[in-house]
Write a protein that binds this ligand. Structure first.
Ligand code: TYD
Length: 210
């Protein structure tokens, strides 16, 4: 895709199971990037980020469907998101901070849902082509603790949050042990059990070194 070949900005992705704390830290991360690197930061999310992709998000989160359909819909949303929003922002020189990207599809539909990871990787390559995150920050937390946190905040009641602990344990396992080829050295794993100020210290170190 041409818009990714001329990119000047950096592409930062947050990953982790539901309840691991991405939303708690996303504004801090954006602020820290701005302060450390003197750039504009676009915050966005997947599935979503464009009007079309946000409509697809509603379907994927709330409409019952089989898991391969989930893959195809998040892929359609991703294609629109990359072409309409992420690619142009990176070309302008802005940094993009994205709440979830291709590793969520591998972890949720692949690990949680049992879809073949090779099939997912092939689709992701077709859809987002050469666009690779410069850094993935993985918020890691045991599934039991994440479930307790989700319970505590009431939850949004979407289809994924309704899954059991075993599902999230499989999701976590793909994040930790079956990373995409080449992703290991670009992924920073954060212990999301630490308190907020400790996590912020770790985030600062990661961000300064991007
Ligand atoms: P999430 O990022 O947790 O947002 P919120 O904090 O509003 O709940 O919700 C998005 C959900 O979408 C999450 O449960 C994981 C799911 N998802 C997939 O299953 N596959 C994907 O490829 C992506 C991007 C998300």
């Amino acid at each position: 895709m041409s818009q990714t070949s001329k990119r000047l900005g950096k592409f930062i992705v947050l990953e982790g199971i539901d309840g691991a704390g991405k939303s708690t830290h996303i504004d801090f991360i954006a602020e820290t990037i701005r302060a450390a690197h003197g750039v504009q930061v676009l915050i966005t999310r997947e599935p979503g980020g464009t009007p079309l992709a946000e409509k697809i998000r509603e379907l994927v989160l709330h409409q019952a469907m089989d898991v391969q359909t989930e893959v195809l819909l998040v892929a359609a949303a991703r294609r629109d998101h990359v072409r309409q929003l992420i690619g142009p922002a990176l070309e302008r020189g802005d940094w993009v901070l994205c709440d979830r990207f291709v590793d969520s599809t591998r972890a949720y539909q692949g690990g949680g849902g049992g879809v073949d990871l090779g099939w997912i990787d092939g689709i992701n390559r077709e859809v987002s082509g050469p666009l690779e995150p410069d850094r993935v920050i993985l918020f890691d937390l045991p599934s039991q603790i994440a479930a307790a946190r989700r319970g505590g905040r009431g939850g949004h009641g979407d289809r994924f949050e309704a899954q059991d602990v075993a599902y999230f344990e499989r999701v976590r396992d793909v994040y930790l042990t079956q990373m995409r080829p080449g992703a290991q050295e670009k992924t920073s794993i954060l212990n999301a059990e630490l308190d907020v100020s400790r996590i912020q210290m770790e985030l600062q170190k990661i961000i300064i070194n991007i």
